[in-house]
Design a protein around this ligand. Structure first.
Ligand code: BF8
Length: 656
């Protein structure tokens, strides 16, 4: 039984106030008419718990649950005597552990696939970028003289397995960290040993009656977060590139208009590229295409959503229908014949929506079944068995849709796929590849700094709006923006991931964009691809002229509409790496407590980054720009310098 729409919700939430995405708004309106509730409406009905929102409650044992008073946080303690700082730090630690576990679990699955490919037991995937394989082996100091590609892959897999299983020492990608940043980490004892032991350590120390010093807890939080960014996520990105290809700029279409009424529409939503890559093979199978044609379809249309969608868009230009808050709304079009999901950010509410609009919702991963959804398990040794079956179901549904099809005809074209490697090439060309032009333009003031704007969309704020306003404000102030995840899709839907968007940039950034022919906003891929931002920051440090550690750089980060625990883990690994990171929506701590002060200031005094929070995009931009200016001042590059245009021709002359 579908729940009936609630008139009070219509009154409380005008559609223009809950989403900036026109297509999602149109479908939300239709859903309300159809009596179908989406997350926007559920959020309006479910007021966020004010005590939980500030993390002033503890349910680590059953002497409670205990509630403290966030307005007077030191007036009470829990039954065991736990203070507000213990309670908040334990809660944040568990969020980071969960987020880090999610990325590490994903990264480990990519590693398992890679091992299967390397050993020859998995044959449906292959090594597409042997150059990156070799470069990575060299970087990790693996002796590769005389090795075949297969031997290199096996050696790399063995080395990277330590990212997860090692219990002593430092994870492999620590070799990439700028020397001064690493020195700070070693001094603070926050270098991760291996993801499993770090996550287990958090679960152990947050048990009732264990770690009850917020400062010691914060070290474990940083270590566990770094085991994500420089660990599992980085493995997922790098091995994904080796197996599926390192992205380079590609034009792709985004928004609901990528669905086609006269095609069989199949959406893949989730995070693991293996399912999506196999689906791509299935839709290109002439036999399946012929079956679709026999049923009256013009073809099979494969579309992505959320993060695996962002990866496929970056690597292959596969169209993308929208971000997390559009995953229910897209089914309201009636045009989705099947939605295949794997792990993470798969709302349970999809089941009811799929049911109403007769879409096949199919879970595929052993870690993510959903009550009421059909499960067809994906197995990497025989991936096509799963994806072919999904296509077959979709074709059958196309032939007998039985619902009205109403697709908002909105499509936004954009350029995606700016990997760290491509940025290297783009700025310097084949022979002078490197970050010197970026650093030069930051030093001469043409580019003020770099901002990473990433993360989720959240129904507690107007979908896409905070991302879009923040990014526009940043580029207007000559800050180059790099993006991943749902945030990248927000800006893509605004039509701003194109070189022509340079007209919105400040004069300095515009000049650089026009000289290089690049957009002022660079899309780097999925959430695990935030590691590409870490690598870009590392390249800036290693290039020279902008300080010795990531903390010295005139850079800042933001997750303006965050909602997931993965976002907290990402935020903390950026902070621990040295980046000022601002969250929108809110932050799960109580202001003016010792733990809050440590996160929002104390960590910076230790040589790391720090947190910031504001729901207002303009204030967020001002905070980030002020930080960038402070770093410029500390580097002595705040004085205006003579601006010399370093276009490609000038650089070629210099090279000669
Ligand atoms: O990992 S940005 S809503 S889809 S958590 Fe989820 Fe957030 Fe989107 Fe991808 Ni990332």
């Amino acid at each position: 039984m579908m729940e009936k729409s609630d008139k009070s919700i219509k009154k409380i939430l005008a559609i223009k106030d809950v989403t900036q995405c026109e297509a999602t708004g149109l479908m939300l309106e239709k859903a309300r008419k159809d009596g179908v509730k989406l997350a926007f409406d559920r959020a309006a009905e479910m007021k966020a718990c004010p005590i939980g929102a500030e993390s002033a409650c503890c349910k680590m044992c059953y002497m409670g649950p205990c509630r403290l008073n966030a307005r007077d946080p030191y007036s009470k303690v829990g039954v065991c005597g736990a203070t507000i700082d213990t309670i908040q730090s334990r809660n944040l630690a568990r969020m980071v552990a969960s987020g880090s576990a999610a990325h590490n679990d994903h990264g480990m699955a990519v590693l398992e696939l890679f091992k299967g490919v390397a050993s020859g037991t998995i044959t449906d995937y292959s090594i597409k970028d042997p150059y990156k394989l070799e470069a990575l082996c060299v970087e990790l100091e693996i002796e590769i003289a005389g090795m075949s590609i297969q031997e290199m892959a096996l050696a790399l897999a063995a080395e990277l397995e330590k990212t997860y299983t090692q219990t002593e020492g430092e994870i492999p990608f620590i070799k990439r960290v700028p020397a001064k940043t690493l020195e700070t980490w070693r001094k603070l004892d926050i270098v991760p040993r291996g993801a499993m032991i770090e996550v287990m350590g958090i679960m152990s120390r947050t048990h009732m009656g264990c770690d009850q010093h917020y400062k010691n807890m914060t070290k474990a939080i940083s270590r566990t977060a770094l085991a994500d960014g420089w660990g599992g996520s980085m493995v997922a990105t790098e091995l994904g590139d080796i197996m599926f290809g390192t992205p380079s700029p590609v034009q792709a279409d985004v928004n609901f208009g990528v669905l086609k009424k006269d095609h069989v529409n199949v959406i893949v939503h989730g995070h693991e590229p293996n399912l999506f890559e196999s689906m791509l093979a299935s839709v290109n199978d002439p036999a399946l295409t012929q079956i679709a044609r026999d049923k009256g379809a013009k073809g099979i249309n494969l579309v992505g959503m959320c993060c695996s969608g962002a990866e496929m868009m970056s690597r292959h230009g596969v169209p993308h229908a929208g971000n997390f808050m559009s995953t229910e709304a897209v089914m309201v079009t009636g045009a989705v014949d099947a939605m295949a999901v794997d792990i993470q950010c798969i709302q349970q509410g999809l089941v009811k929506t799929a049911d109403f609009y007769k879409t096949h919702l199919i879970t595929t991963n052993p870690r993510c079944h959903i009550e009421g959804a059909r499960h067809i398990e994906f197995e990497e040794h025989t991936p096509r068995a799963c994806t072919d079956e999904i296509i077959t179901l979709a074709i059958a549904r196309f032939a007998n849709r039985g619902v009205e099809v109403d697709i908002p005809q909105i499509v936004n074209k954009g350029i995606h796929g700016f990997s760290h490697e491509y940025i290297n090439y783009m700025l310097g060309g084949t022979f002078r590849g490197g970050y010197a032009p970026l650093n030069d333009n930051i030093i001469n003031g043409r580019i003020r700094g770099v901002a990473g704007v990433v993360g989720c969309v959240n129904p507690r704020v107007k979908q896409d709006w905070v991302h879009v306003e923040l990014v526009k404000e940043l580029i207007k102030n000559d800050v180059l923006v790099i993006q991943t995840g749902c945030s990248q899709i927000s800006l893509a839907k605004e039509g701003l991931l194109v070189p022509e968007a340079a007209y919105l940039a400040g004069p300095g950034l515009r000049e650089v964009c026009e000289a290089v022919g690049m957009p002022p906003i660079l899309g780097l891929g999925s959430c695990v691809d935030n590691t590409r931002i870490l690598m870009a920051a590392t390249a800036m440090v290693k290039q020279g002229g902008l300080g010795d550690s990531i903390a010295d750089l005139p850079v800042a980060g933001a997750a303006p509409e965050w909602m997931s625990e993965k976002a907290v883990a990402i935020g903390q690994y950026f902070v621990a790496s040295g980046v000022y990171t601002v969250f929108g929506v809110g932050f799960p701590t109580v202001k003016n407590t010792k733990f809050h002060e440590l996160l929002f200031g104390g960590l910076e005094d230790q040589g790391l980054g720090k947190w910031g929070v504001t729901p207002d995009p303009y204030e967020m931009a001002a905070m980030m720009i002020a930080h960038i200016d402070k770093k410029r001042q500390e580097l002595g590059i705040d004085k205006s310098r003579e601006r010399v245009l370093m276009d490609m021709a000038t650089r070629r002359e210099l090279a000669l």
